[in-house]
Design a protein around this ligand. Structure first.
Ligand code: SF4
Ligand code: SF4
Length: 498
């Protein structure tokens, strides 16, 4: 940290690091100066002219995104002159911007709309017709471009030039005809394309997955952690429960990145952003014994039966789990399977089903959030080849699977392998492809339905919060393990259900 200096902002004495941009220093002090082009991770071209301030002694107004704090400086962002300059800049942005707020998906979270309400001139002096441009350009698999809503802040072009370095977007044309467009022959299909929607301050870039599904003011927002890989990007889960008939009846409407400079900065990848389909599809809600006939059970009844199975399984028990488990789940897993049942066969390593692309920006190859949580407890995974051999040979007679789809590990062979085990138990939020083949099915909550912690690849422990009510009778994995642990003390050592 550099030298701390004293300066005055809107009549109040403040302190800031010398040279810190006035726009940032003001934000630190709780004063929001209007801006579009400036973004802390994308620089300060100073082209939108919205963040104009008055600096005592300066011959003319300054832009606060390019002015550093100095000792004794006197700054006003809310003086009559500053406000008039900001309102004039806004008026220029509105010259060609269409008045389509009622049908714009950005409405309710639009920088143009917000500033207009705050500092707009209301009585416009512009009489000329607006410049019309293309309104429905499919920019890429996730993003739609409306050229006439664009205010040419260049945030999106700086993102694809400086962050992803993929250069799909540019500014073409001159004067009033200037517009954002795709570079010739390109589509906006990089692995982080959804971020341009977040940084676009207006409704020029919208999310194809989300647009027109639900109005933003109906959404609830909960802090969470992306479970899409070992990075653990900080996210906000936007849910729609107030209007269940909107968003095609789905509770999760979208995921947005949350700023954490140490983990993900301002961004998240598209894989993580759009990978939430399983939260509202193929969910388990009932406690079931499926073999020999489908029977609904209470949690107490199933715990007694399954505890009996586990107690009698001895060395023939193998447990498959996934790095989707929280730290709380892993602790309860350890207490049940390691400390109490002394199970020797644990399989939770990332196999091809949970390994993917890694890059230098955010994505990690482990496509689960919390293998580190298991490692931190000293848990070790065997190989899935070894498990297959043990199932083939009949060494493993009881298979307990937690939050994992075995067909993604073994392909078509999974069904045959599972049939070799006498009793099989599936615990998890989803049915997966073999969900009907298990002896028991125990519904677990998804990460959005519980509080918990993940430990990311660097060992950072991060909390996520409950955003939604659990589906049906589902419970957190740690609670199910705890229930079995309790039931084990009363379980008899014979008569397991096969
Ligand atoms: S499309 Fe959005 S982010 Fe890109 S220049 Fe236009 S207003 Fe800015
Ligand atoms: S990088 Fe990983 S944690 Fe971050 S958004 Fe993508 S999948 Fe999620």
């Amino acid at each position: 940290m550099g030298k701390i200096v004293k300066y005055k902002l809107n009549g109040v004495e403040r302190e800031a690091e010398e040279g810190r941009l006035v726009i940032d220093a003001a934000k630190d002090a709780g004063v929001e100066i209007p801006h579009y082009c400036y973004h802390p991770a994308l620089g300060n071209p100073g082209n939108c002219r919205m963040c104009i301030i008055e600096v005592a002694g300066a011959p003319k107004p300054q832009v606060s995104c390019r002015t550093g704090v100095r000792e004794g400086m006197v700054v006003s962002s809310d003086s009559e002159a500053a406000k008039r300059a900001q309102a004039s800049a806004l008026e220029l942005h509105l010259v060609n911007h269409p008045l389509d707020c009622p049908v714009c998906d950005q409405s309710g979270e639009c920088g143009l709309q917000d500033y207009y309400m705050k500092i707009g001139q209301y009585q416009s002096e512009v009489r000329e017709d607006k410049e019309h441009k293309d309104k429905r350009i499919v920019a890429g698999p996730h993003v739609m471009l409306d050229q006439e809503r664009c205010i040419l802040c260049t945030r999106c072009t700086r993102f694809v030039d400086d962050v992803t370095k993929t250069h799909e977007l540019g500014i073409f044309g001159m004067g009033h005809a200037e517009k954002i467009a795709l570079a010739p022959g390109m589509t906006l299909d990089n692995a982080y394309s959804g971020n341009v929607v977040d940084i676009c301050p207006v409704g020029a870039l919208t999310d194809r997955d989300f647009r027109y599904k639900v109005r933003v003011w109906y959404l609830d927002k909960t802090d969470s952690i992306c479970p899409g890989c070992a990075r653990g990007c900080n996210i906000s889960v936007h849910t729609n429960t107030a209007r269940p008939w909107h968003n095609d009846g789905k509770r999760v409407a979208r995921l947005k990145p949350r700023v954490n400079r140490d983990v993900n900065g301002y961004w998240m990848c598209d894989e993580g952003r759009y990978g939430f389909g399983s939260l509202d599809a193929d969910r388990l809600g009932k406690v079931l014994r499926l073999q020999p006939a489908r029977t609904e059970l209470s949690w107490e009844a199933v715990a007694a039966e399954v505890a009996g199975v586990l107690k009698n399984a001895g060395d023939g028990l193998a447990v498959v789990a996934s790095g989707m488990l929280s730290n709380e789940d892993w602790a309860a897993y350890q207490a049940l399977f390691v400390d109490t049942l002394k199970v020797k066969r644990h399989y939770f390593a990332s196999e091809p089903d949970q390994v993917g692309v890694e890059d230098e920006l955010l994505r990690k190859k482990d496509k689960v959030p919390n293998l580190k949580g298991a490692q931190a407890l000293g848990l070790e995974s065997g190989s899935f080849d070894e498990l297959a051999k043990n199932l083939e040979s009949g060494t493993v007679k009881t298979l307990y699977v937690v939050e994992r789809d075995l067909t993604k590990v073994y392909g078509d062979r999974a069904r045959v392998l599972m049939a070799k085990a006498g009793t099989t138990i599936l615990q998890g939020p989803n049915k997966y492809s073999l969900g009907d083949c298990f002896t028991y099915r125990l519904p677990a909550t998804a990460y959005v339905e519980e509080d918990g912690h993940f430990t990311n690849f660097e060992g950072k422990i991060q909390a996520y919060q409950k955003a939604l009510a659990p589906i049906g009778d589902s419970r957190p994995d740690w609670a199910i393990f705890g229930l079995l642990q309790k039931a084990l003390s009363g379980a008899k050592t014979s008569g397991a259900v096969a």
